[in-house]
Design a protein around this ligand. Structure first.
Ligand SMILES: Nc1ncnc2c1ncn2[C@@H]1O[C@H](COP(=O)(O)OP(=O)(O)OP(=O)(O)O)[C@@H](O)[C@H]1O
Ligand SMILES: [Mg+2]
Length: 292
């Protein structure tokens, strides 16, 4: 206890000093500057001064953040703080929302994804997305995966497509469960299987980055564990950004964590440090359950 400055001040009776300490904490609590380590040496995506508005609602405020190569970045924060909005900015999914405006710069491997000549169709294959609720196409298991491969022209022959389907299902840990029923509808699978099918579909078009927005929130604990194992495996080869409400999940799957608060990015750091020794008082409030 005595190694905390405020407590030490109390013990030595230095009330003046204690007052200064309280002011300092309040100042840090009021600050909306990002603290910690938002930037990395080996970034796959770089985001600078990103702002997103929905009409008058300023949903993302001046966010600057790197997403490291072959790493899993978790994004946490209270409901409505802008996690999904920021995630959608990373593959221009917000473009489809009326009244949504974005400023700032986001680059993938040094290329501005908001450049005028950027084609968003291949971009969304390069930066693939897995949603909260599994959303297989109303097609067979095989065609759920083959569809993107065909429209992006990623295979020249039937056997090449079959190879990609098999490889993607294996990577997503689903092959053993479905290889005898590839022609049956994807919607006939269990929720956890459907989510792994959606992950296989994302992998099939050779993404550089995979975005996941609460991918386990509709799954039971066993299916969640399967998907978390998969994220851990995929993190070795892919760059992954995952939004989660579960701090345990963030701790299990990510190396870095970003804490968002009412549109501001307040803190970024190594996951274990964010959960054991956060810098920003509001991060601490959130992880200890005092806020959100
Ligand atoms: N399609 C939209 N149109 C208008 N406003 C939106 C839209 N999507 C989000 N917003 C607003 O932007 C802000 C951030 O929302 P967002 O969905 O990004 O938060 P979130 O952190 O993902 O929340 P949750 O944890 O509940 O999913 C909120 O004020 C929300 O009302
Ligand atoms: Mg959300």
């Amino acid at each position: 206890m005595a190694d905390q400055p405020g407590v030490a001040a109390m013990e030595t009776g230095s009330l003046e000093f204690r007052g200064a300490e309280v002011d300092l904490v309040d100042e840090r609590r009021e600050s909306r500057e990002t603290v910690g380590t938002p930037f990395v040496d080996d970034a796959r995506m770089t985001c600078r001064d990103v702002n997103v508005h929905y009409g008058d609602n300023h949903a993302i405020k001046n966010v600057s953040l790197d997403i490291g190569r072959e790493q899993v970045l978790a994004m946490i924060g209270p409901s409505g703080c802008g996690k999904s909005t920021f995630l959608r900015a990373l593959n221009r999914m917000n473009d489809t929302i009326d009244g949504c405006r974005m400023t700032g710069e986001i680059k993938l491997d040094g290329n501005d994804i908001y450049a005028k000549d950027m084609d968003v169709v291949p971009l969304r294959a390069l930066v693939g997305m897995v949603f909260q609720k599994p959303n297989p196409f109303p097609k067979s298991i095989f065609d759920n995966i083959a569809y993107g491969v065909r429209i992006h022209g990623l295979a020249e022959s039937k056997s090449e497509i079959e190879g990609i389907v098999e490889h993607s299902l294996k990577r997503a840990g689903l092959w053993e469960e479905v290889n005898d029923r590839l022609r049956q509808p994807g919607t006939g699978l269990s929720g956890g299987q459907q989510q792994r099918l959606c992950i296989a579909r994302t992998i099939a078009v050779s993404p550089e980055v995979i975005l996941m927005d609460e991918p386990c929130s509709a799954l039971d604990p066993i299916a969640t564990a399967r998907v978390e194992d998969l994220i851990n495996e995929l993190g070795a080869d892919y760059t992954i950004a995952i939004v989660t409400h579960s701090m345990q999940q963030a701790a299990r799957v990510s190396q870095r964590t970003a804490y968002f608060h009412l549109g501001d990015l307040l803190e970024v750091g190594p996951t274990d440090q964010i959960f054991t020794n956060p810098i920003h008082p509001l991060t601490e409030d959130y992880i200890t359950g005092r806020f959100g």
